[in-house]
Design a binder for this molecule. Structure first.
Ligand code: ZN
Length: 407
């Protein structure tokens, strides 16, 4: 098995690849490695479902993870649970395949991977709900001894779960784990850029600074690989999940459904720049449920188009929504009665936007220098990672493209 370090640069997308510092590490990765900058993401473009697709090679209709959170109508945002645990995924992941092949994995802030028995070193991606203690929750969802050992070394780098400290911490812990334990597979999720874009805007100076910080983190991680005996031949793979678009207007869909007397028949879950509609308590089955939202309502709701159930099936979406809606440009959907989002940019949209196009870049010995692969699907990422490691993901729907990246 060939060792591999997978780094997810959350919210990095195609446009960013044309604006990189030419002297930075990512530029070097693209110049001396092989890459695709048009990896088409899934519907909806949300972090948790995409990261699940990356390590399974399956779309949400098979993984069962089609949102960050299970549907929790009426529950305030800070009390909603997320899909934190491995048990939510219905298909095998790369972590299990590595273990079956006798390898050991490290997972740092990788979504939907808490309490995964196949992961040897887990710093869990989980966050406290209102009234919960962060430290206790992190310890319960990951490997306590491992977390405490990294915490002793790098705890001073972070202030709670705020960025950029959290990503500095995560990258330092990953490099340290590489140097001390030499994992066969390390998966690291860096949220810094996503946070910067949400808070300051898609192309804000703060977002550009976050990209430069990720660049330095990648370089330090690569150095850890090269300086660690037994890790020199490991591949470094950088991936991303979605871009973002700026927000002009927030539309509270729950309130509008209520104002039009539709809240008994329909329940809505916002994905940000799209939304899924589910049967409410008073719903009775009908042939075209999307007709419950007549086109006259779309403008008030900030909807640019609807996806019928049949179209959701063609997009390999999860099976439970009746239909979905895409937000008009600059519109973000809210579904909670008591909170409006206060963000400058976000994601969660459907196909066809530039911000759907993501990065898959491979760097290391035996990689085709400067090869650009024109297009990939997000479901190809899992089997391709497996292929690069000399493994297989037999349940994947995507294609192993590893041969296109290697000499
Ligand atoms: Zn994300």
């Amino acid at each position: 098995m060939r060792k591999l370090l997978l780094v997810s640069l959350d919210a990095f997308f195609v446009r960013d690849t044309y604006a990189l510092d030419p002297d930075g590490f990512l530029s070097r990765m693209l110049r001396e490695g092989a890459f695709c900058r048009r990896v088409e993401t899934i519907f909806p473009a949300l972090t948790y479902p995409i990261h699940v697709t990356m390590v399974t090679g399956c779309d949400p209709h098979r993984t069962g993870v089609g949102q960050n959170q299970p549907l929790q109508p009426g529950v305030p945002g800070d009390l909603r649970v997320w899909y934190w645990e491995r048990k939510h995924i219905r298909v095998p992941t790369l972590f299990e395949k590595v273990k079956e092949a006798g390898g050991r994995s490290c997972s740092i802030l990788w979504p939907v991977n808490c309490r995964n028995a196949s992961v040897r070193w887990c710093f869990p991606e989980v966050h406290p709900l209102r009234g919960e203690n962060t430290v206790l929750k992190v310890l319960r969802y990951g490997n306590p001894l491992y977390i405490l050992s990294e915490e002793r070394k790098f705890g001073s780098l972070r202030q709670g779960i705020r960025e950029p400290g959290l990503s500095d911490y995560a990258a330092a812990a990953a490099a340290d784990t590489i140097r001390h334990h030499k994992p066969d597979f390390t998966a690291l999720h860096l949220i810094d850029l996503d946070e910067a874009r949400h808070h300051h805007g898609t192309f804000s100076p703060e977002a550009a600074e976050a990209i430069r910080r990720n660049d330095r983190r990648l370089e330090a991680l690569f150095r850890a690989l090269r300086e660690t005996p037994g890790m020199e031949d490991a591949l470094l793979v950088a991936v991303s999940d979605h871009g973002q678009e700026d927000i002009r207007e927030t539309v509270n869909l729950t309130r509008i459904l209520r104002e039009h007397g539709l809240d008994r028949v329909l329940t809505v879950q916002s994905n940000g720049m799209s939304a899924c509609f589910f049967p409410g308590e008073g719903y009775s089955p009908r042939p075209d449920p999307e007709k419950l939202l007549p086109e006259a309502l779309w403008k008030e709701m900030g909807i640019s188009r609807l996806y019928t159930r049949q179209e959701l099936d063609q997009m390999h979406a999860v099976s439970d929504p009746l239909f979905a809606a895409e937000a008009a440009e600059g519109v973000v959907f809210s579904d909670a009665l008591d909170e409006e989002k206060r963000e400058k940019a976000t994601h969660g949209f459907g196909p066809g936007r530039e911000a759907d196009l993501c990065l898959f870049a491979v760097y290391g010995r035996g990689v085709k220098a400067g090869a650009e692969i024109p297009s990939m699907a997000m479901r190809d990422v899992g089997p391709t990672l497996a292929g690069l490691m000399g493994l297989r993901l037999p349940d994947a729907e995507g294609t192993d493209r590893s041969a296109e990246f290697l000499v």
